[in-house]
Design a protein. Sequence first.
Lengths: 332, 332
Amino acid sequence: MTSEARYDIVAIGNAIVDVIAQADDVFLEEEQLNKGAMTLIDADRAKQLYNDMGTAREVSGGSAANTLAGASTLGRQCALIAQVADDQLGEVFSHDIRATGIDFDVPPIGKQPPTGRCLILVTPDAQRTMNTFLGASQFLSPASVDTALIASGAILYLEGYLWDAAEPKAAMAQAIDIAHENGRKVAFTLSDGFCVERHRDDFIALIQDGKLDILFANEAEIKSLCETEDFEAAVEQTAKQIETLIVTRSEKGAIAVHQGESCAVDAEPVEKVIDTTGAGDLFAAGFLSGYIEQRPIPDCLTIGAIAAAEVISHYGARPEADLTALVKQRLG
Amino acid sequence: MTSEARYDIVAIGNAIVDVIAQADDVFLEEEQLNKGAMTLIDADRAKQLYNDMGTAREVSGGSAANTLAGASTLGRQCALIAQVADDQLGEVFSHDIRATGIDFDVPPIGKQPPTGRCLILVTPDAQRTMNTFLGASQFLSPASVDTALIASGAILYLEGYLWDAAEPKAAMAQAIDIAHENGRKVAFTLSDGFCVERHRDDFIALIQDGKLDILFANEAEIKSLCETEDFEAAVEQTAKQIETLIVTRSEKGAIAVHQGESCAVDAEPVEKVIDTTGAGDLFAAGFLSGYIEQRPIPDCLTIGAIAAAEVISHYGARPEADLTALVKQRLG
């Protein structure tokens, strides 16, 4: 029997502070950066790249954390499980999450490794190139997965990025089982094409074993998952195995296949795209927010598109505008 | 005899990271904040206020540091003397200053007190209310004033804010003498009306003793300095005692009185004012940049107005656009 959920969404994700600088394509080439992708970097490379890059702004990030920030702004009750260190960036991350109204109670680990950060280079085409030093994030322990907390969330939301480290991976596997034992939905984002390449077998196993109820992907990720260049085929193949599949397609909008039924929305208009960081995260925030409200799936997609459009209109991956007002204006 | 200057501007200022959040007037009232002013706060109050305020972005700040960032963007050679701690915010401040092309060689002090920060609340009217925890900044020592460095800068630039702590005050007094012994100009900003209230006698003594060649003020500051509500009288009285006086007047533009000759410029148009933090700092950057180039004083004012207009069109007190291009477009 499923008891009433205290939280709409409980998420497990990386605790990351984004360090955002403008850069041109020449800089990306010189630094041999993988444009548009998320690349994991170690402490030495993080130091060197930071040294080489321009003046930056620091804004809290982390994929699942961004999604919760969006969902919270849309009125959802959320809790986050993530690992910071006992340092100033950890304080920044914790402050910003809590200031958004999200419950976050995982105590910081020691001073080392420091809180994770993502060095983001935004090119004049608004594309973001991410270089992540996971730091403390990779030590998120299964012991931090509070059974009662997972059981009390209508949706458990997980980011694929977290699969890159052993302990958080174990934490997520454990959380999935707790969620399902308590009749909760499990939502998962494939995060990044290269992330899918690194963990394809694991992700396929999660899907085939019925561990995931809702899956978020973009075009590159779903094609990588199915090892095909045929987008339609990749969607068809994956949709058969999952209750709700959402695929975002940048300026082409997004599609969903829910219990075998397909629908699509266009992208929302944006006056000027400044920084695409967080577009996928905020799409998930909007979709899940509508899903929790039991709105029709096309409306869930539209809310996702509204939230994504807001976040790409400024630097940083957390919403700055009143998303609830934007949704009300659009959908009533 | 004055040797050729290696630097255009050498500045002594607070090393501050700005922590910028949106807030409404109700929040300012609840927290009993002094709207539009800079208030010094201690560690406990900084913790409590940070806890209460919303999601923030972190951007390097510090008044003189902002001015140098602007001047550097305008092609000037600059060096900064300021004190950070050995912590992550200190790394952020140091990185951003150096990434702007400014020489900054003062080694961090220990971990405590931490690097200074300014909790800035930006209200919907774009007004900023600043709450500064000086931290390591108040321990900038006279020992950090490198005589050769001061001697090698055409202009020594000092912020009035630094007068709030004993050691930096002594450092500035020492630097002024070194600059003048080497035939350099000394520029000073009064920083803030309340800062002038705290140190009026000292500031008046600096002026009367001929320690300052160039003085920057806004309307509130110069009126506070002269303890009068009569703006014209305050300008007249002060201009008599200083070679170059510049007074910024927000949307009313700015005036200068240089060797007894007055001139004025209008404010540059701004599409939408977002955050007025740094307007005065960037005005000084633009003015001094033109001054170094030996442009006519009205053009120096115009460059100041262009730099100020850029910085108030976005969050944060450092320029984001190519100021040199903006000046070229406007003045050729």
